[in-house]
Every structure is written in C-alpha cells, then in structure tokens.
Design a protein around this ligand. Structure first.
Ligand code: BES
Ligand code: ZN
Ligand code: ZN
Length: 478
C-alpha cells in the first residue's frame, strides 16, 4: 500500500473515502462539523457513521470513545474498521484525519498499522469468477499530518506489511509452506538486501553437526528439515541480538498423535518462524543499526516407521541428554538446538518465539502471549515494546521447583513430565537449559498466533510478533 502524508485540510482532500476519528461528545474538525448529518455523529468507541457531504464525497466517522481513555490500540481498531468499510465501498484511496492525542507519532503509526492489517485477507485459493472480478483493494492511504511524521509513517508501513506477509506464511497449507519453502523465503530476503545473508542446513548437515533435537523430530518425515540461519549486519555499537522462531510446518504430534479434530490448525505451528523471518526483512528494509542472528529450526512432526518413539533418549546440540517421553512436545527439542547454536554463533541476547504449549492458551487466552525470561532487563524491554505495539506479553515465573519437573529419570532432562503442572513454565524452564548465562526471553504465542479476534488481526492468522520483534531490535540497537 502506498502511504503518504498531506497537510491539506480534511475537506480539501481528494480521496475515495475520508476517515475521521471522533472522541465521545466532541465535534468534527473545521468545515466537516457543518456537513449534512454531522450532528448525528457519535464518538462512542467502534461506532461508525457514513456521510455523503459534497466534498469529500464520502466521509466515515469512527468513534474513539472518551478522550481520557485514548490509546493507540483504539486507533488501530478504528483504522481497521475503516479499512473494512473502505473495502465494502470499493474505495481505492483513503485519507485519515488524525485525532488529537498529544502523541501524533504514536497515533499516525496506529492509523497506518490498523489500515494495513485491517485490509488483509487470504483468498488466493478461491476460484476466481471471470464474470465477477475481484473487488478493488485500498491502494493508497494519505495521513493528514505534519511532514515530520514521515519516518514514523514509513516504519509503520514496513512493519505492518511484514506482518501481513507473516500472516500469509501462517495461512499457507503445510503441503505448500514446507521447511524448504521457508528456507527459500529466507534466501529471497538475503537476495533483496546486501546486509542479509542466509545459510540453510539440510538433513545431512544437521546430522553431521549432531543437532539431536532436530534429527529426532525430523526423522519421521520425508520432508527435508531446514535449519535456517539469517544474519543481518546493520552495525551499531550494541550487542549482537539473536532471534529464534519455531518452524514446525505441521505438528501431528508424532507417535504421541494428536486427536484429529482441529488438527488442520497445526499448519500454523511455524508462526514463530514466520514472525522471525519477516521481522528480519523489515529490520533490513529499515536499516536498523544493529547486528542480528536469526535462526529458524524447521521440520514437520510426523508419525512413521522411522519416527522417534516415547522413551527414546537423544543428545541435544549442547551435549545434554533428553528422554523424549512425549513426541508432541517437539518444539522444545528443536528450539533447544537452535538456542544453543545461536549462542555459539555469537548472539549476546536471545529472544525466541514459538507456538509452544496449549497450556498458555488456557492461562492467558489470546490476549497475552506468555513471557519467560532469565533476565529482568530484557523481560522489561519485551513487555514495554509489547505494550506499545499491542502485542501484549505477560511474564510467568521461573523457580528451581519447576526445574525439578524437567529432570529425566535416566537422562539429564525429560521433554514432558507425567505431572500436568505448569505446562508453559515447564517448557520455558527446559529451554533455559540451552542458553547458558546469556540473557534470554521466550515468548509463547500458542494462544495469540491465531484466532485473536481483534478488529485488526481478524479470526485467522494474526502475525503476532513481527512488530514486536522489529520494535525490540529498534530499541536494543546501540
Ligand atoms: N504445537 C503444540 C502447541 C500448540 C497447541 C500450539 C495448541 C497451538 C495450539 C506443541 O507442539 C504441543 O503439542 N505441545 C504439547 C506439549 C505437551 C505434550 C507436553 C501441549 O501443549 O499439549
Ligand atoms: Zn506438538
Ligand atoms: Zn508443536
């Protein structure tokens, strides 16, 4: 989408649809207040009213609620509602008059984010009717605001478009979005940016490197596993950041097979990978001044005659042994190798993001992702960035007593305890064994990657984590 700024007065703007955000009990700005029907406008949160003044031809008023409750989240929601209305009206160009908020940068960012995310849909597999061509999309957004906001508006566009690409990856079926497909996407990002390189290890290299978790999970599938390593060199003086994203392109559970009802949703068990890969693309496009190592361990988790069996013992990349008591707890096995590898390659602060446990959905629903960290400062940065972008995270504790759950009976660790206690923390506590002393934060997005239901994320793929990871890189850049 083309996004630009204009200092024109709202009534002067040429656009198929002009959108104005209105606070409860307030009047429309300038000449718009005297437009026919303007008196009916209400500022109640999420209430919309479409008017047809002479200029511009269509005016959409979106309620923002009480001014004292103003926050960027409400603007993202309002912008997404407007984007949907624009689609219905077949408007190709939209202009947005920024509501006053005291923080124009955050408000403009929210308008761009909500418009781009709100307009996303995944319909490439629907047959096209030649008699009924696809409706036009919103092609351009003009934000009526000061030119000083150009940088913020451009960054918001880059991040939201990256998030929509992550949603495409999440939505693609597992027969298309295979580990090799993700590897090709990572390679194409490297060919688009001189600052990015991508190396991909296949089954042979993974086995030679003795990445026991990757070997174990991928031994049941014919699909070639991929350990994708992307490096971004943006310079700056800060420590090297490491991002790791779970890339299970389909999780059947393996021999510990999942029930068949709803299993199709497990095509999105690569949502962490999608977030990391597209965040790297956005970080490179924005030329953020930091060095970053991003690792995506990617494989299918399938049952077969060669699949790993409950009770089998493996050796992870860092030498720790694990009893695989449940083959459906596969994410932690591949992340363990990837985390140890990220630290070995020089990551000095590591953040992993993964659809790791059903338990996080029980605890936090789709509103907050789970956060587990061995470092208060890094955890605080992730929480703060999440509040800014609306990708909320809630920190869960680590404690030595949880560590007891991860102890194996005959090996160092077990990937699943017989006790159904603290499933999300257990998984985090397991991962902690693979980062040594490196500051590390783990984000469990099993509840927030899909079916969030906010106006700008919809009911399918949410792309959770892309804006969070880009903003975090921005914040941590030296
Ligand atoms: N991919 C799942 C987690 C998941 C569940 C993601 C629901 C999205 C929605 C993960 O690999 C898994 O199966 N975890 C098990 C772990 C258990 C066997 C210890 C779980 O959460 O049930
Ligand atoms: Zn699983
Ligand atoms: Zn999984």
């Amino acid at each position: 989408m083309k996004v630009e700024l204009s200092q024109a007065a709202p009534a002067e703007i040429e656009a198929d649809l002009l959108v104005v955000g209105l606070y409860d009990g307030e009047e429309l700005p300038g000449e718009l207040a005297s437009a026919p029907g303007a008196g009916d406008a209400q500022g109640a949160y999420k209430k919309t009213l479409l008017l047809h003044p002479e200029r511009p031809s269509r005016l959409l008023i979106v309620g923002l609620g009480k001014r004292q409750d103003a926050e960027p989240e409400r603007v993202r929601v309002a912008a997404a509602l407007a984007a949907r209305e624009a689609k219905r009206l077949k408007a190709e160009s939209v202009a947005w008059a920024l509501p006053e908020s005291g923080d124009d940068e955050a408000t403009a960012t929210a308008v761009v984010t909500g418009t781009i995310l709100g307009g996303w849909s995944f319909d490439r597999y629907r047959s096209k009717d030649p008699e009924d061509p696809a409706p036009p999309q919103v092609e351009s957004l003009t934000v009526l605001a000061d030119g000083a906001l150009a940088g913020a508006v451009e960054a918001a566009r880059v991040c939201a478009e990256a998030q929509n690409r992550a949603r495409d990856l999440q939505s693609l079926p597992s027969n298309v979005a295979t580990p090799s497909f993700l590897g090709r996407r990572a390679r194409s990002i490297a060919s688009a940016h001189t600052t990015v390189t991508t190396d991909v290890l296949g089954r042979k290299e993974i086995t030679e490197k003795e990445m026991g978790g990757m070997v174990a999970v991928s031994q049941g599938t014919e699909e070639e596993p991929q350990l994708i390593v992307m490096r971004y060199s943006g310079g700056g003086s800060g420590p090297t950041l490491g991002y790791v994203g779970k890339g299970v392109t389909f999780d059947t559970g393996g021999i510990s097979l999942k029930p068949s009802g709803g299993m199709q949703e497990m095509k999105m068990d690569m949502s962490g990978a999608a977030a990391v890969i597209e965040a790297v693309d956005a970080i490179a496009e924005l030329e953020l001044p930091l060095d970053l190592i991003a690792i995506v361990p990617s494989t299918e988790n399938m049952p077969s005659g060669t699949a790993i069996k409950p009770g089998d013992i493996i050796t992870q990349y860092n030498g720790k042994t694990v009893e695989v008591n449940n083959t459906d707890a596969e994410g932690r096995l591949i992340l363990a190798d990837a985390l140890a590898y990220a630290v070995e390659l020089g990551a000095e602060r590591v953040v992993d993001i993964a659809t790791l446990t059903g338990a996080v959905m029980i605890a936090l629903g789709s509103t907050y992702a789970g956060l587990i960290a061995n470092d208060d400062e890094l955890a605080g940065e992730v929480e703060e960035v999440g509040r800014e972008t609306g990708e909320l995270v809630w920190r869960l504790p680590l404690h030595p007593e949880y560590k007891d759950l991860t102890k194996g009976t005959v090996a160092d660790l077990t990937n699943a305890s017989a006790k159904r206690k603290a499933g999300t923390i257990y998984a985090g506590s397991f991962l902690e064994e693979f980062v040594g002393e490196t500051p590390w934060a783990h984000i469990d997005i099993a509840g927030t990657a899909w079916d969030v239901g906010r106006e700008y994320t919809g009911k399918d793929a949410s792309g959770f984590g892309v804006r969070l990871l880009v903003e975090l890189a921005h914040k941590l850049a030296g």
